[in-house]
Ligand binder design. Structure first.
Ligand code: COA
Length: 377
């Protein structure tokens, strides 16, 4: 193969079969097991989506009760993991704490080597249940507060907000978080999921795969972008600054506007359509639509450029979370709280139809060079 013929970044390369998720990028469509993301966001809770992604079908009422019970029973942060979180040096990056704590979950698993289908399902439920507790414990330790115990009356999303703030959220905030979790739960072979699948394909364990995925999600070109979006909005500060700010930044051809562009979507990301509504709704509920309006104005400017760019999932999630009173450093961890189920579903799929993932590379150096002795190099 001639130099330059490689599909850089594996762009458009199909690397495996999957039954979990379908994206039609040029039409802005996204499906989990065949169900449109718009229907899922409107009609389902995160618990239903967890069941769908792990079992391949929507739960009936009895099955939903069962998985809700399983998720609640799996709550309760092990002391060892809590200590890991508490011992993080002051100023640690929250995604580093989450990655370390996720890895520590393996040490507190009663059967870490059980990779039977039941064992994998149990680990998936355990991670889904414990990720909110990890993120919230870190959030509270940083503020000099002790973690609070999960509230058995609350569903996954409402309990997450309860764990963060130590008080029951209102119905609107709980539903907004639930929708955000549904929208972020799964997205086929994105960078973090592919990372998880590569690790799983060595027949390593689910904790290792998810720990690696968290590392991939952290990057600003992936899940880290949502934190970048709010920093951008705060830096711009006022609507009047938007145009000059963008004009100045785009003088640098390497500038990347966080929350815009996507490898797969070449039109509006369907998740951004839903989150845009929640950004506006949350702004109205909180009595300030400024961040929503600024976001909308940026969207309008970007789509009328010579080379249009459209918002991705991170764009409107940032203003939504901000108006919910959540600090920027927690936005990428929230993404992980949602996506952990997608990673686990892919680990299960990979290991059920496994083939080691070991691609080839196009080498451009020399070979068979004579090896000079050390004094002659
Ligand atoms: N800001 C400015 N220009 C962007 C851009 C952005 N956010 N996203 C894409 N572009 C431009 C690139 O400059 C490039 O232009 P060129 O053809 O003139 O060189 C073109 O669009 C293609 O971009 P490229 O980076 O090659 O596409 P990709 O598929 O490799 O990248 C992303 C996809 C997501 C990494 C990229 O859009 C990006 O960096 N976005 C910002 C980070 C972000 O929001 N990430 C979250 C994704 S869900």
């Amino acid at each position: 193969m001639a130099e330059g013929m490689v599909a850089k970044g594996l762009q458009d390369v199909v690397v495996d079969d999957t039954w979990i998720c379908k994206i039609i990028g040029d039409q802005g469509k996204l499906y989990y097991y065949g169900y449109s993301i718009h229907d899922l966001a409107e009609h389902c809770t995160y618990e239903e989506v967890v069941f769908l992604l792990l079992k391949g079908k929507l739960p009936n009422r009895a099955e939903l009760d069962q998985i809700t019970r399983e998720l609640k029973e799996a709550r309760g942060l092990p002391y060892g993991v809590r200590d890991v979180i508490k011992s993080a040096p002051k100023g640690s990056i929250p995604m580093d704490v989450l990655r370390t704590a996720a890895s520590a979950l393996a040490l507190t698993d009663p059967k870490p080597g059980d990779d039977s289908p039941e064992g994998r399902y149990r680990k998936a439920i355990r991670m889904v249940a414990l990720f909110p507790e990890i993120v919230a414990a870190d959030y509270r330790f940083r503020r000099g507060e002790e973690p609070v115990a999960s509230n058995p009356k609350l569903n996954h999303a409402a309990n997450f907000l309860y764990l963060l703030h130590g008080k029951e959220p209102g119905a609107d905030a709980a539903r907004t978080m639930d929708v955000a979790l549904v929208l972020h739960a799964e997205h086929d072979f994105n960078a973090s999921t592919f990372t998880a699948r590569v690790i799983a394909a060595t027949m390593s364990d689910m904790y290792s795969a998810v720990t690696g995925a968290i590392g991939a999600l952290k990057g600003p070109l992936h899940g880290g972008a949502n934190e970048g979006v709010i920093k951008t909005l705060l830096e711009i500060g006022e609507p009047a600054n938007i145009k000059p700010w963008l004009a100045e930044k785009f003088k640098d051809k390497n500038f990347r506007l966080m929350g815009f562009g996507h490898r797969v979507y070449k039109t509006l990301d369907p998740r951004a359509i839903v989150l845009k509504k929640y950004s506006e709704k949350t702004g109205r509920e909180r009595g300030t639509t400024k961040w929503f309006e600024m976001s909308n104005e940026i969207e309008q400017i970007m789509k009328t450029r010579e080379k249009p760019l459209y918002p991705n999932v991170d764009f409107y999630s940032a203003s939504t979370y901000f108006m919910m009173g959540l600090p920027p450093e927690i936005y990428t961890p929230i993404f992980a709280v949602a996506r952990v189920v997608g990673w686990c579903a892919h680990v299960i799929e990979q290991q059920t139809h496994n083939k080691l993932i070991r691609p080839a590379a196009d080498y451009h150096g020399e070979i068979d060079k004579p090896l000079p002795p050390i004094d002659k190099r």
